[in-house]
Design a protein around this ligand. Sequence first.
Ligand SMILES: [Mn+2]
Length: 239
Amino acid sequence: MKNPIIGITIDEGSNDTYSKFPWYAIRKNYSESIDKVGGISIFLPQNLEKIPYYLEIIDALIITGGDFDIDPKFYGQKINSSEIKLKNERTVFEYEITKKAIKINLPVLGICGGQQLLNVVLGGSLIQHIPDTVKTTINHEQKNPRNEASHKVIIKKETKLHEITKVDSMFVNSAHHQAVDKLGEGLIINSHSEDGIIEGFEHQSLNFCLGIQWHPEFLIDNKDIEIFRALVENSRKKN
Ligand SMILES: [Mn+2]
């Protein structure tokens, strides 16, 4: 059987941290995590016209996060925080490919900002800036390095995530100032932090449609790799 091909969305930029000309970039640990569990990674340039071709090639989609936010107009709101940074070209691409991937029941894993995107595509909304809305002592935008844990997540029993991880809690990193507010259609919460912030959700009827607010690609908890393994195993079903 061929190894499943996992399409991974990438970041874009035009400041001169990498090149004076527009660039794409992505941390290596996304594809390294896929390599560990027998998948083949390909990175997806943000070309809207190529989406149908990408969807022919890939067996699953990972929507990655980044240092930006989804324009609240995508969930029917105006920007209400000065902390919001937009990358509209990226959002439009990720929105379109995710919408089409869901339509053909392709396995989808949304990580951090990718979870937020997935929720919005399914009709949900976001908390635009956690400190403005939720009283919490948990640091969801951790100051310590991202390869260290920041807080605990409680995993609900009888969810796909619980089936995957086989544990009731995990220690995870946290690199988000936004969070899921109203859940998208067909989704249920599968994990939350101790202050009630949604840290993960899953679709009740699609083959594999999972959102995770932390970054499992850092493999901090020994259960993080199981999330990638489950994605790759489920993506074997396409053909
Ligand atoms: Mn968090």
